[in-house]
Design a protein. Structure first.
Length: 260
């Protein structure tokens, strides 16, 4: 099933790939679209889960509005999809901006979240490595092509959504480690070893989580889901299949949990 669904009063592109098992909602990255994850890691997840995704406002097949972009509003959209389309709690797998949104949803509506997987996600805007991205380089060009191919707003709106996105990531999110510590469900934190999110920030996210796990992929960038989808799926599937806290031979951080 794929088509537009009214989410919080706005026609929103939602795709339900079906599949057996618990629902799993994929949350795409900034300036991306749901196809990015549906076509990379989606096939490897659909054997064990009902895989869904949606295009946020101003992304993919979902039209924009005059409002600025804010992660809080994007979390509201996600909550709307969980309530109206999924019909209850789901596992959330978010990449980049999608990971940030997953963290906010977990804080705001823990009743709608089973487990979280956040890939290349930062909880504070200062966690992003300083980088100057040439508009003519491959990544912006490919993002622009994908946007123009899908957007009902037309190619002339591309600069508008890019400017909205750049303004947002320059000042959001502003969560703290104290906020992150309130997320009680199991969370898998994933990053590439050459990620846009700095490694110290990624580690601080992991260390703040009461029930966190950490996976840093070698030879990987912020584009990890597109670069190594099979390897990423193996880690995600093992995490989602696990029951209870990890049992290891030499627990340090988890020593107390293991002994209980």
């Amino acid at each position: 099933m794929a088509g537009r669904v009214d989410i919080n009063g706005h026609p929103t592109w939602v795709e339900d790939r079906g599949g057996k098992g618990e629902p799993l909602l994929l949350l795409h990255g900034g300036l991306g679209n749901s196809d990015d994850l549906l076509n990379s890691i989606g096939p490897g997840l659909s054997d064990g889960f009902r895989v869904l995704a949606f295009d946020r406002r101003g992304h993919g097949y979902t039209a924009d509005t005059d409002a600025d972009f804010h992660y809080s509003d994007m979390a509201d959209e996600t909550i709307g999809v969980l309530e109206e389309v999924v019909g209850g709690p789901a596992h959330l797998v978010g990449w980049s901006d999608g990971g940030i949104i997953a963290l906010i949803v977990a804080l705001r509506r823990p009743d709608l979240v089973r487990k979280l997987v956040v890939v290349g996600a930062n909880y504070h805007f200062e966690g992003i490595a300083p980088v100057e991205l040439d508009p003519g380089s491959a990544v912006p060009q490919e993002l622009g092509k994908a946007y123009i191919a899908r957007s009902p707003d037309g190619p002339g709106h591309l600069d508008v959504v890019m400017n909205k996105s750049f303004r947002m990531v320059a000042s959001e999110p502003t969560l703290s480690t104290a906020d992150i510590a309130r997320i009680s469900m199991p969370v898998l934190v994933v990053a590439g070893d050459d990620d846009l999110v700095t490694l110290p920030h990624t580690v601080s996210l992991y260390e703040a989580l009461p029930n966190g796990e950490l996976a840093v992929f070698p030879a990987a960038s912020h584009g990890l889901p597109l670069e190594q989808p099979e390897a990423l799926n193996r880690v995600i599937l093992a995490f989602l299949a696990a029951t209870g806290p990890p049992r290891t031979l030499m627990p340090i951080r988890r020593a107390k949990t293991t002994q209980e």
